[in-house]
Design a protein around this ligand. Sequence first.
Ligand code: ZN
Length: 255
Amino acid sequence: MTHKYEFESLLRWSLKKLDDHTATISNKLISRLGDLGGRLLILSVQLQMSSLATRIEDSWIQDIRSSDPTQSQKALEAALDIAELSPIHRRFHGKVYYTYLQAILNHNKSASIPAENPVEFINHVSSKLSGERTSRLYGGFWSLSQLQVRLSVPPQIKSDFSCSCAASPCLVAWNEWWDEKLRSLNPPPQDPGDLLQRIQALALSGICRVNRRRDSYHSNQPTKVPCSSKMAAQLGEMMKTFNDTLPDHFMIPSE
Ligand SMILES: [Zn+2]
């Protein structure tokens, strides 16, 4: 028994050393570890060494983003081999599929979710992955497409805002602001995560009444609506929810 604990503390100690060391070097080095990278990820998750686990995961995500489709797919499959081992990796599992979906869209320039030509997208994927992985990818693609369509109209703002937006200019401003910002995104958003992230960044400078009729009597300086900061905070929550629910889009089991 004592040996078991000694071993565990030795393991913990060496992972801690590795964690400290990798904090100062490029992410790429971890991905060069190959199979060892996977074992390190499993150990660091089991021992709840979250900073090391996050670093290994991030390096994997970076590899999946590769501009070389073959490299990207290789990194995807290696990451899925680990992620599929246990629901403990569920969050990473969802992010892996989402990143690969984005990589496919990047490899096929001008593609986006929903795809203008879903058949082409499906052909691109189907020849390369196993049946279950392919269906998760399709499922995720379909589910994210639905979300993208829902976001093409302004999301409902919370009714508990103190100035009771329904009766105030806030609601009108929010709807007009959303429509206008969405239209102005150039290039158009590639997927709902991209859309939310860019809209959220625009909200940081304040949500203002969209000035449709500029008249000379009033200043053209836009003024923030009373609930601007609450709306920006709501966008922050939507972004968080998006990231938290990524595994659901790809139907990744929770146990
Ligand atoms: Zn308001």
